[in-house]
Unconditional design. Structure first.
Length: 188
């Protein structure tokens, strides 16, 4: 994703053509982020539009010496987390496990995942419960720490670890249900 400084400057001056060009240049990257957190493509589109609006309205906060790609990634993830918090307030409360001891930090599913394509993996991740899905995405895909995840989602670090471990176990079970021959790959 290459965004020229001129486009950003024109967007700051509310040039509609520049805003459209920025949308066109960032669309696929931002959509890939939204698809990881949304339950379906329609929800991902809604989140993309909301996030892009926030990008445009906060563009004056962007500093040219920082990576634009990193900045829009952060804005989009924060938008997705904000929307999750709003929905969470309206949905039933999830009882969290507050005191969790990690049994095993690194459950290896990666070798099995190599045999699967991105759409298959995404389809499995979407089947996880919402909180576990978000923790998995934030930790495994976006590289957030458990401390950062706890702050973003309003949970404890132990709860974040529990959701990550739960997600890994569920994904491993789902992968093995798809292809029992992958057991040798997963088990080592």
């Amino acid at each position: 994703m290459k965004v020229e400084t001129e486009i950003i400057t024109a967007c700051l001056q509310r040039d509609e053509r520049a805003e459209y060009e920025l949308y066109r240049l960032t669309h696929s990257y931002l959509m890939s982020i939204c698809l990881r957190y949304a339950k379906d493509r329609e929800e991902a589109r809604e989140m993309l539009n909301l996030g892009f609006f926030k990008i445009l309205t906060n563009l004056k906060k962007y500093q040219l010496e920082t990576s634009f790609k990193s900045w829009v990634h952060k804005v989009m993830v924060n938008t997705l987390i904000d929307e999750y918090r709003k929905k969470k307030a309206h949905n039933e409360h999830v009882q969290y496990v507050e005191d969790y001891e990690m049994i095993e930090e690194d459950t290896e599913v990666n070798s099995a995942l190599v045999k699967m394509d991105v759409e298959q993996i995404h389809a499995l991740i979407v089947k996880l419960p919402p909180v576990s899905q978000r923790v998995f995405n934030l930790y495994a895909i976006d590289g957030f720490s458990h401390k950062e995840i706890a702050g973003l989602l309003g949970i404890t670090e132990g709860t974040s670890r529990w959701h990550l471990n739960f997600s890994r176990q569920k994904l491993q079970e789902m992968i093995l249900n798809i292809n029992p021959n992958l057991y040798k790959l997963v088990a080592g």
